[in-house]
Design a protein around this ligand. Structure first.
Ligand SMILES: [Zn+2]
Length: 380
């Protein structure tokens, strides 16, 4: 510690968990000019303008939620990202297809530019995004050329393509065509494709085989898929086994209809833990059953996913999935200071899935502070 060292903020006394640096130990996190400048031994940090007491708490990279709906004031389901970020330790939210090519500029100027957290987007293959639900006739708005061009013109914000691959969107007559078009757009733009799975058409054996290494299946523990994602004996379906083998990623996408304790437990029992933990937070899930990242992470902890792996799936892995792991998802010195301070509480906590089934967990994660670019945005 140099006498001349200066810091704006020190997060002191916590246990740092940063899977990107294989770190799980007591450290003080030193922040100056919006960046991480040091991870010191406890008590060794230079004096700072502000100290956050993190004794007894976990200090992790800012949480990254790969599946959110935050195009506020457009459509009925989009929510305000900033207030959620402040209370959930989430420093980056990726909007999953609320915007398509025709309405993306509004997302940039009216939403992303004003948010207190980092907002990125997966661009919907439908040019009008997901402005209404249900979206029967989705296929009429699919435009792979406009999608690829819009991704290319907005690479600072758009990190992939989203397609809704279920009957409520594609209707009875369009089958797997939107998924093929979205795949073509994603490959033309060189970005991952996130596939929302649901009731057919398309069937999972039509849609999932289209995905390549690095693409994502969201809603991977969806209950309606009993007999499809898991077979009648409780084993992962062949189509899912094959996808996993070729490097397709599994994303939780909890939402209001896509997390089933039974399906999650069966798949996790076979080692099919989520690659990325995400909320699918929107107006219908933010006040339960999804709530926020810490609650969704607590559900995976309850299923036996080790704490460090839960943190990895909420920080480093989502950053890698969108090719941003050189910028976010780690507390490495020199990085932008996006940090979550979390409490791991013991007790008796009811956790409800999207089928009104409640299990009682003995521990849960709760956010205490959210720091974005070195600025504390949480209320406390
Ligand atoms: Zn969603």
């Amino acid at each position: 510690m140099a006498d001349t060292a200066r810091a704006d903020l020190v997060i002191a006394g916590g246990t740092v968990i940063d899977p990107a640096q294989k770190l799980h130990e007591a450290r003080d996190v030193v922040i100056a000019d919006g960046k991480i400048t040091e991870l010191t031994s406890p008590g060794e940090a230079p004096s700072a303008s502000r100290d956050l007491d993190a004794r007894g708490l976990l200090v992790t990279p800012g949480l990254i939620d790969l599946h959110t709906h935050v195009y506020e004031h457009v459509g009925a389901v989009n929510i305000d990202a900033s207030s959620l970020a402040a209370r959930s330790g989430t420093t980056t939210m990726v909007d999953a297809g609320s915007a398509g090519a025709a309405i993306f500029d509004g997302f940039r100027h009216y939403v992303a530019a004003r948010a207190r957290c980092r907002l990125l987007a997966l661009l919907n293959i439908s040019v009008i995004g997901a402005v209404a639900s249900p979206m029967a006739g989705y296929g009429r708005f699919v435009d792979p050329t406009a999608t690829a061009e819009t991704v290319d013109a907005n690479r600072d914000l758009i990190v992939g393509v989203k397609v809704l691959g279920s009957r409520i969107q594609v209707g009875e007559d369009n089958t797997d065509q939107p998924v093929w078009h979205a795949h073509a757009a994603a490959r033309a733009a060189g970005v991952p494709l996130m596939l929302h799975i649901g009731d057919p058409p398309p069937t999972l054996t039509q849609s999932i085989p289209i995905l390549d290494q690095g693409d994502l299946i969201t809603h991977c523990y969806k209950g309606q898929l009993v007999g499809r994602l898991v077979d009648r004996d409780g084993n992962p379906a062949v189509v899912l086994q094959e996808a996993r083998e070729r490097g397709v990623l599994m994303d939780v996408g909890h939402g209001s209809g896509s997390y089933h304790w039974g399906v999650a437990r069966q798949l996790c029992g076979h080692g099919y833990w989520p690659d990325t933990i995400s909320t699918d937070v929107h107006a219908g899930s933010i006040n339960g059953p999804a709530y926020d990242m810490p609650t969704t992470m607590s559900k995976l902890l309850h299923l036996g996913m080790p704490l460090d792996e839960v943190i990895r799936a909420s920080t480093l892995r989502p950053a890698q999935a969108i090719g941003w792991d050189d910028r976010i998802g780690s507390l490495e010195v020199g990085r932008t200071a996006d940090v979550a301070v979390l409490a791991q509480e013991g007790g008796s906590f009811p956790l409800t899935d999207t089928f009104q089934q409640t299990e009682t967990a003995t521990r849960r994660l709760v956010a205490r502070h959210t720091i974005v670019g070195g600025e504390v945005i949480s209320a406390s």
